[in-house]
Design a protein around this ligand. Sequence first.
Ligand SMILES: [Zn+2]
Length: 180
Amino acid sequence: MHCPYCRHGDTRVLDSRVADDGASIRRRRTCPADNGGCGKRFTTVEQMQLTVLKRSGVSEPFHREKAVSGVRKACKGRPVTEDQLAQLGQTVEDCLRADGWAEVPAHEVGLAILGPLRELDEVAYLRFASVYRAFESADDFESEISLMRAERAASEIESEDVHGAEREATASEPQPVPTG
Ligand SMILES: [Zn+2]
């Protein structure tokens, strides 16, 4: 591996360390000054190559950009920025790595996209889900939307519970007694 500072071709590993619970290896390297290098140090990270197994049976390296391209189409005209798309790609990759996949079926990549996309933009989510899950009619949209509503209502009730508890705590404080 060449030096990122001076591009000297012969760098040396100082030490290797397992990181991320065994999912990667970090190596400290030096560009040896006694061998024509600049003497600077840098770190490299070695990660397992994540591959995607396509329906055709062919596998190819996982590319965040490729995973996000379908999402970008679904986000057309929606207030979703490139940064948010990049972040989503990162989340999806982290999630697949955390699940321990070496060779991810293409289907699982789509599944990993659905959750974070729904949090990002519900309209884009519905568009993406309609293609990915091959919605056939308005009924499919309707059932997906009622599911989303039900889950949203459930999370609102949860947060109301918290506020309710706060109100109770306030009410139980001693009240000033009027004298006169
Ligand atoms: Zn160097």
